[in-house]
Design a protein around this ligand. Sequence first.
Ligand SMILES: Nc1nc2c(ncn2[C@@H]2O[C@H](COP(=O)(O)OP(=O)(O)OP(=O)(O)O)[C@@H](O)[C@H]2O)c(=O)[nH]1
Ligand SMILES: [Mg+2]
Length: 305
Amino acid sequence: MSFLAKIRSAFGRSKETLSAIESLGRARKPVDAAFWDELEELLLLADFGFPTTEKIIGGLRTVAKQELWRTSDQAIARFRKDVERFLTLPEAEINLAKKPAVILVVGVNGSGKTTTIGKLAQRYRNERKKVLLVAADTFRAAAAEQLAIWAQRSGADFVRGREGADPASVVFDGVQTGKARGAEIILIDTAGRLQTKTNLMEELKKMRRIIERELGEPPAETLLVVDGTTGQNAISQARLFNEATKLTGVVVTKLDSTAKGGVLVAIVDTLEIPIKFVGLGEAADDLRPFKPSEFIDALFEDSAA
Ligand SMILES: Nc1nc2c(ncn2[C@@H]2O[C@H](COP(=O)(O)OP(=O)(O)OP(=O)(O)O)[C@@H](O)[C@H]2O)c(=O)[nH]1
Ligand SMILES: [Mg+2]
């Protein structure tokens, strides 16, 4: 299934708010105070968040005045373009230029880190790349088991530490092993942690320092995995993880279970970090590179058809 078809069927389940935005355009209502209020409410419902909503509406109102818009279809057509522009950042491609390309994966508990790594491993193995998975989640033995299954399934190499070991030591082993075996991509899984727990964020900084020391440069990618159903807490996660580990990209998972696609726009807008992949289900091929134009087309299903 194409990204478009997949995301359409995923969103099809519960895309009321976004269809409502579309209907608001089709209704060709006058562009008046009531219209702006209605649009604002819909954006907040779709999880664009207050600051991003205000920015989008403020921009639209300015153009509405300049261009003397009369009906809401003009506003919604422009809205669509604005959202695409908001979502489009440079460096949106995953960076695999370095050998090995080290990808550190971080996020709160249950956001989908391990599953995302498994899907990435499968993707790169399909391209015949030499992939190493590193289980630096030493918090629970089950975490390493879960990653081991993905390694086995995809034919990736696998390194783990003892339960309770210092995750930084596992990262060290992982990078050493990867270099020695000529791995092209090293994916490092970390334990879920709350962005507000300072000691756990320090632990991440340490892992990053080890990678930097062993490679002579920062990891090729530090990806934050965010659960798309979380709502505005995703913004706080992105901000605090970015402070600790300087993120290069975000992966938004579980988009198949939410209508609140606006959170993607809020993340990119407030933090200027690109979304690199989206998760649309639990299977290996349910991770897709994120393409703003396709995403917008999927959201505005009817008008795109
Ligand atoms: N529907 C859906 N479920 C997903 C997606 N990605 C992950 N999941 C599910 O979310 C649950 C948690 O995923 P994990 O990959 O274990 O999450 P994690 O971040 O590694 O969790 P911790 O290691 O405990 O912090 C699992 O049941 C996954 O199958 C997705 O894109 N869509
Ligand atoms: Mg995990």
